[in-house]
Ligand binder design. Structure first.
Ligand SMILES: [Mg+2]
Length: 274
């Protein structure tokens, strides 16, 4: 099922994000993607979501898709809760989790620690990530989606908070290349928009011509939104209910429960002419 959510409130009305055209009457109507028209967004019946005969000419171009790696291109195998508990200890884990209901940013959290304590924490994280690598599996639909993007000459990039070694292994094991592929050695990492803006600049495309696809609201959707890109949340297990989108700044433009759905989502909403 493809869900199309309401557009977020604009933080910066001058942003290139096409969503902001809703609040900016000077924004050219012709540049507004069809799926972002107010009436379109408020029409839940599926039959009304894709009035092809009237909107086909207004579809926006999509020039690139940037993927998260763990839990998006690969099946989630890292037990993040166990990792956080091992790094923080049970008591501290519970306290920090209560303060951050949308998820713990462990990398950011340990940045303020002493070098010795940080080193210990990174070792624990690396151990968990290594266990994840040993059990690495490609996400269903990922290979087909990449083939589809290649056929349409749409660029593919990757941004992960995992390390470069993990990205190299992913590339080797599954034989599909993403370029640029930025790991956590690229600072600042997600949810900063920096890695996504770097990829847009490398590709020489505008952020609003790029879609960020990932399974984390606080990292992937936030990174995409911060950069002014389109965002698609992969929510395989229905982890994210509507209350998670109460903060409209983090409402994804699209939500899917499988990568297999992304293919039809792109065909329905974008001009994919190579
Ligand atoms: Mg992920």
């Amino acid at each position: 099922m493809i869900h199309i959510n309401r557009p977020p409130k604009s933080r910066n009305p001058q942003s290139l994000n096409p969503i902001n055209s809703l609040q900016n009457p000077s924004f050219s109507q012709s540049r507004m993607p069809s799926f972002l028209s107010k009436s379109f967004l408020r029409l839940p019946p599926k039959s009304l979501l894709f009035p092809m005969s009237t909107v086909a000419a207004a579809k926006s171009r999509l020039r690139g898709v940037v993927f998260d790696m763990d839990g998006t291109l690969t099946v989630p195998v890292i037990d993040f809760a166990a990792m956080y508990k091992a790094v923080l200890g049970d008591v501290e884990y519970k306290r920090i989790k209560a303060e951050n209901p949308s998820g713990i940013d462990i990398l950011h959290h340990i940045e303020s620690w002493s070098p010795e304590k940080q080193q210990e924490a990174y070792k624990i994280i690396a151990d968990f990530e290594k266990q994840g690598l040993d059990r690495l599996q490609i996400m269903p639909g990922a290979a087909e989606l990449c083939g589809f993007l290649d056929a349409k000459k749409i660029r593919r990039g990757l941004i992960t908070r995992n390390v470069k070694d993990a990205v190299d292994l992913f590339h080797q094991r599954f034989g599909m290349m993403f370029s640029p592929a930025l790991s956590r050695e690229f600072r600042p990492y997600k949810p900063s928009p920096a890695p996504l803006l770097h990829i847009c600049s490398t590709w020489d495309v505008q952020p609003n011509e790029v879609m960020m696809v990932g399974d984390s609201l606080k990292d992937d959707v936030a990174c995409g939104k911060n950069a002014g890109a389109l965002t698609c949340l992969l929510d395989e297990k229905g982890r994210y209910g509507s209350q998670d989108f109460a903060n409209l700044d983090l409402t994804p433009d699209f939500k899917v429960s499988s990568l297999i759905e992304v293919h039809s989502l792109l065909k329905s909403n974008f001009d994919l002419t190579p």
